[in-house]
Write a protein that binds this ligand. Structure first.
Ligand SMILES: [Zn+2]
Ligand SMILES: [Zn+2]
Length: 300
């Protein structure tokens, strides 16, 4: 299928850990990875196990050099465990910009280095031969991607609702609503925009800053890991774990006035039948809702 010049493809939609069983064939079992094509720019959100398949697809025809931009929401394992197996990182002809939060005094580059230290992984960060630029974000930047050989231009975050450039602009927004914090992203391109908001716990009525950040977006990809009944269960409440309920994702979508909502970061113990039910429930609250599934493509 021909893709429009602003489109999204889901490579990994699962939260917390990857699953592989017959009950996960419809929605998929890989952890977070979302690919966005904006004109000639390639943007990837998160490096969960879903990024492994994307990497294989990218190198399939050996059309190096590849230039791409990887944005990490945060560096918890489920968002990083495909990073070391992402084939384009192993080819010195490729150019890869990596953006994500620093953690306290530690830069993003240092976190990646630690994640690949000998006790944790057999090869180190320096063995990934691609030309890498690693940017630690505070979560209040505007990042303009430019021609593939030019460094991105990073400024303070201001709205780019009217961005009609040939280059996308990505806003970052830091939220404390996840253990150790998380960064949300919004891509503006040719008058349209999408928001990537995963690993985020909404308060009742939705977090005001998230609603504002997502205001009038064409597409909102939002954490929807739990059902309200799981979130508030007496035996094992998930409150404070840093994830949203399906119900609260629909509240945010409605209040922010987005055109379309995609439920994301599916709970690994939910099988396909359960996610079907969740989607039905979500559509009663916000009609224009889809559940993310591996391989799903949305054109904006
Ligand atoms: Zn996660
Ligand atoms: Zn997390």
């Amino acid at each position: 299928m021909a893709q429009s010049n602003f489109s999204v493809r889901f490579w990994g939609v699962r939260g917390s850990y990857a699953v592989s069983h017959r009950g996960a064939l419809k929605y998929g079992g890989n952890t977070s990875c979302v690919e966005v094509i904006a004109g000639k720019h390639q943007i990837i959100f998160d490096a969960g196990t879903g990024i492994i398949g994307l990497g294989k697809e990218l190198v399939k025809n050996d059309e190096s050099p590849i230039s791409l931009n990887l944005f990490l929401s945060h560096t918890h394992h489920d968002h990083l465990s495909g990073f070391y197996f992402f084939d384009p990182l192993f080819d010195k002809r490729n150019r890869i910009n990596i953006f994500g939060p620093g953690s306290g005094k530690r830069s993003l580059a240092e976190t990646l280095r630690v994640a690949m230290e000998p006790a944790l992984f057999p090869i180190g960060l320096d063995r990934l031969d691609a030309k890498k630029s690693i940017w630690s974000l505070l979560g209040r930047e505007g990042i303009e991607l430019r021609d593939n050989r030019q460094a991105p231009r990073i400024t303070k975050a201001v709205s780019h609702r009217d961005n009609n450039n040939q280059h996308p602009i990505i806003l970052s927004h830091s939220s404390p609503a996840h253990p150790n914090g998380v960064i949300l992203y919004r891509v503006f391109f040719q008058g349209k925009s999408l928001v990537y908001a995963t690993d985020l716990e909404e308060t009742p009525g939705g977090n005001p800053d998230v609603i504002e950040f997502a205001r009038d977006a064409d597409l909102l990809i939002h954490d929807a890991q739990y059902l309200e009944s799981e979130y508030t269960s007496a035996a094992n409440p998930r409150k404070g774990w840093g994830h949203s309920t399906v119900e609260s994702a629909t509240v945010v979508a409605k209040k922010a006035g987005v055109k379309r909502l995609v439920l994301f970061h599916h709970e690994p113990t939910h099988d396909d039948g359960c996610i079907d039910q969740i989607l039905k429930l979500a559509r009663q609250r916000f009609t224009s809702t889809t559940a993310a599934a591996e391989g799903m493509v949305i054109s904006l």
